[in-house]
Design a protein around this ligand. Structure first.
Ligand code: SF4
Length: 794
């Protein structure tokens, strides 16, 4: 609910930790400290069940009321409803249940469907600096933004302005730039296909390929890795393949929190005897046992065991582990010749196998065990399971994609799949599990800084303009460019740029050096508070809301993690009459900025979104007859070469690759830290302060450490500590975290994102994909150098 207190009252009641920081006139880029330690309980062994049902209802009803809450939940992920604004896990192709959502989907819907509102009056009361001293949770809980708002140069408060004024302001800033490349156009993965297509078209007509997006921060490593070895940067399985798989490997992924409906597929697989192997540094309840919230007998019983085997890999020990599995498979092949290595498939369909085998032989078992932290016997057990499975699916998420060697991680998975001949047949293949609901679709629509020449050719042919051919900036490069003054305007279509990106203080400084930051948003977030010389908040419709344009009600489309394109239709009236849909907003932006320079009928395109889809069909492969096919219940699958047995590399063959063992040097007392998400969180959006499955409640500034490391460093449970990251002689500090003993490998640590993004160096990113290495941060942990201010907030 919106906070009725004045900033002065709030400051008196819940002053923030900013009072303990050196006096600074700048709004804080980081959330406030926490005075009290979190409460700890025993981590859960079972995911789902009654607590998930209660949590879903509590969030939905509290934010939206029982009537509206129920109305919206019954529409989420239905064939004629709206797409969940949470993750990109697919919906069943055939029948769907009446409640086709998970606990986190319910939270995501509640967050957007809330009845709380942030009005111009709110902004009159709260200065930007006062808002910045509130927590991220508090900011989000104030409700939906209702009006376009501007922060004028030197002003302390946002004030309302009309849409026309807002677009005129953006136009004046953009058109005053010396070059179009001095602007960047960021996209969040919630953006629909229609909005994304228009947005990239606008940016390219404006003259730049500077189209960074949130994929740069998560699965870019998957796209890069698969593009190199398969010629196709997406996964190769369908949801129905989970019904046929004999083994499923889940690597560097926590589906219980980040893609909870995946547990339904895993449960069904486990029940019919499919063997599930999880590879993860932390024991996650969602991979251990699951109680389906919609099955009454399950709710009362112990639930379904999922994991056949859990390999507790060290952080960034995955290349070693996957090489170990490869070595063990080769050993099994010598005792069962012709039964383990898919010789015909390898000979006819792949290249590089000999070098791969050579690479495995050159890596000793001692190295494999030391780097992975997993005993050889366990690796052998997992390899036997893999050898016995004719149909294996390999799933992964950001546990693999956010390391310097992330591309190698994923290509080592591809090596195993190829070794078993397991790509392009039912029940088998590769499954990068994407995060935000349309992050994959946005890339398909051309949100990319290095567009394929064929796509630019199609734009030129169909739209009669010359798109820029020079590569643009990705997210890391955008931050550098803002910092160096080369980019002066950041326009963000959704997202929370400051909190999603690494190196928080450096990114904040970069944003402050711009002339304009403009954010299209549904709710208040920290990126509105750390801004350029001028700043705009441009409020838009959410997924849950009806979108009516000149030709009547409209729907948008999205692409899920498995390449299904389908519709999303809002179900309730907009939170405010002043909101614009994202396609409409981009269209007006283009008209204001480009004027007569563009021959595109921007106005006509948004009168009826079918017209946008016609353009998509003419310019993007796989979308032929888009308007008809997307109206089929459940939508349609995009073409997928590898799934259909065709590798799209230059020689038509999949490639084995060879990678060295990654070396992360830890100095005395140093730990390797990964950032993780809590159960009350989706990306940068916080729904609460609990991480129920991990037994951490009412607090987020924690560092999960092995009990022996805690002892060795002379620390104790609950002690306030400062974390210092070390990278190329630079240090970064995050203050006042509490020590939490946890079942994590020695010399490893885990902390929540975005609180510890401040520790992630901007220049430490994956080779080739440039995804920040947020899961390989070298840190030291020391008792807090200053006492925790007793008045710090939560
Ligand atoms: S699994 Fe993902 S898409 Fe499905 S309901 Fe949950 S959060 Fe939404």
């Amino acid at each position: 609910m919106a906070d009725a207190r004045t900033p002065q009252q709030a400051a008196a009641e819940q002053p923030s930790a900013a009072s303990a920081r050196p006096a600074s006139p700048l709004p804080s880029a980081q959330p406030p400290l926490e005075a009290r330690p979190p409460e700890l309980s025993t981590p859960r062994e079972v995911a789902g069940g009654v607590p998930a049902v209660l949590s879903s209802l509590q969030h939905a009803w509290h934010e939206m009321g029982p009537l509206r809450g129920t109305q919206l939940l019954l529409k989420v992920n239905q064939k004629h409803g709206f797409d969940c604004p949470g993750c990109a896990w697919p919906d069943p192709d055939a029948e769907r249940s009446v409640a086709e959502f998970c606990e986190n989907g319910a939270k995501a819907v509640a967050e957007e469907g809330t009845t709380a509102r942030v009005t111009p009056d709110f902004f009159r009361q709260w200065s930007v600096e006062a808002l910045s001293r509130q927590s991220d949770l508090w900011l989000g809980k104030q409700g939906r933004l209702t009006h376009p708002m501007v922060l004028r140069e030197g002003a302390t408060h946002y004030e309302p302005l009309s849409w026309d004024e807002a677009f005129a302001l953006v136009a004046s800033e953009l058109n005053a730039l010396g070059s179009a490349d001095q602007a960047c156009f960021y996209t969040s993965g919630r953006t629909s296909n229609e909005a994304a297509f228009l947005y990239q078209l606008f940016a390219r007509q404006f003259g730049t390929n500077n189209l960074p997006d949130c994929s740069d921060l998560c699965h870019e490593s998957s796209g890069t890795a698969l593009g190199e070895v398969l010629g196709f940067g997406k996964g190769t399985v369908k949801l129905e393949d989970f019904e046929k798989a004999e083994a499923i490997f889940v690597i560097g992924q926590n589906p219980g929190t980040n893609h909870p409906r995946m547990l339904t597929s895993l449960q069904a697989a486990a029940r019919r005897g499919c063997k599930i192997v999880s590879i993860n540094p932390l024991p996650e309840a969602g991979l251990n046992r699951f109680k389906h919230p919609q099955e009454l007998p399950e709710l009362l019983g112990p639930g379904t065991a999922l994991n056949r085997l859990w390999l507790q890999v060290r952080i960034n020990g995955d290349v070693a582990l996957l090489k170990g599995l490869g070595k063990a498979l080769l050993e099994l092949e010598s005792s069962r010749p012709g039964q383990v290595v898919a010789r015909d498939f390898i000979r006819e369909r792949t290249t590089g196998f000999e070098a791969y085998v050579e690479g495995l032989r050159a890596t000793s078992w001692d190295e494999v065990v030391e780097h992975s932290g997993v005993p050889r016997e366990q690796l052998r057990e997992a390899a036997e399971l893999l050898a016995d499975s004719e149909r294996t699916i390999f799933c992964w998420a950001m546990g693999l994609t956010q390391h310097r060697n992330a591309v190698a991680n994923i290509q080592e998975i591809a090596n195993l799949a190829l070794l078993r001949g397991g790509i392009g047949k039912p029940g088998a293949g590769l499954c990068p599990v994407r995060g935000h609901s349309n992050v994959q679709g946005d890339r398909t629509m051309g949100i990319v800084e290095k567009p394929a020449p064929a796509f630019l050719d199609a734009l030129e042919r169909e739209l009669g303009f010359k798109p820029p051919r020079e590569p643009g900036l990705d997210t890391v490069a955008t931050i550098h460019a803002m910092h160096e003054g080369r980019v002066k305007v950041l326009f963000a279509l959704g997202g929370n740029f400051l909190s999603a990106t690494p190196d928080t203080e450096r990114t904040a400084e970069a944003l402050r050096r711009t002339r304009l930051t403009a954010h299209v948003s549904t709710k208040l977030n920290r990126s509105h508070l750390v801004h350029g010389r001028r700043a705009l908040i441009l409020p838009c419709l959410g997924r849950t809301e009806r979108d009516v344009q000149a030709h009547g009600p409209q729907f948008v489309t999205v692409e899920n993690s498995m390449g299904v394109v389908h519709t999303s239709r809002g179900a309730v009236p907009p939170a405010s009459e002043h909101l614009l849909s994202e396609p409409d907003l981009v269209s007006r932006l283009a008209r204001a900025v480009l004027g007569s320079r563009s021959q595109v009928d921007w106005k006509g395109l948004v009168e009826d979104y079918d017209r946008i889809r016609e353009l998509i069909a003419r310019t993007i492969p796989g979308f032929t007859d888009f308007n008809r096919r997307v109206r089929e219940p459940g939508g349609f699958y995009l073409p997928n070469g590898p799934r259909e047995g065709r590798f799209l590399t230059s020689d038509g063959k999949a490639r084995f690759t060879v990678h060295p063992l990654p070396r992360v040097e830890l100095g005395p007392g140093q730990l390797l830290m990964m950032t993780i998400r809590s159960h009350d969180q989706y990306n940068t959006t916080l729904y609460g302060l609990d991480d129920r499955y991990r037994g951490i409640h009412n607090g987020r500034r924690v560092v999960l450490m092995h009990p022996e490391d805690i002892r060795a460093l002379g620390l104790s449970e609950g002690q306030p500590v400062d974390l210092t990251s070390h990278f190329q002689g630079e240090t970064r500090v995050a203050r006042h975290f509490r020590v939490v003993p946890y079942r994590i490998p020695r010399r490893c640590a885990a902390t929540y994102f975005p609180e510890t993004n401040v520790l992630v160096p901007l220049d430490d990113f994956a080779e080739k994909s440039r995804t920040p290495a947020s899961k390989s941060v070298v840190i030291s942990v020391a008792p807090s150098s200053e006492p925790v201010p007793p008045e710090a907030g939560r």
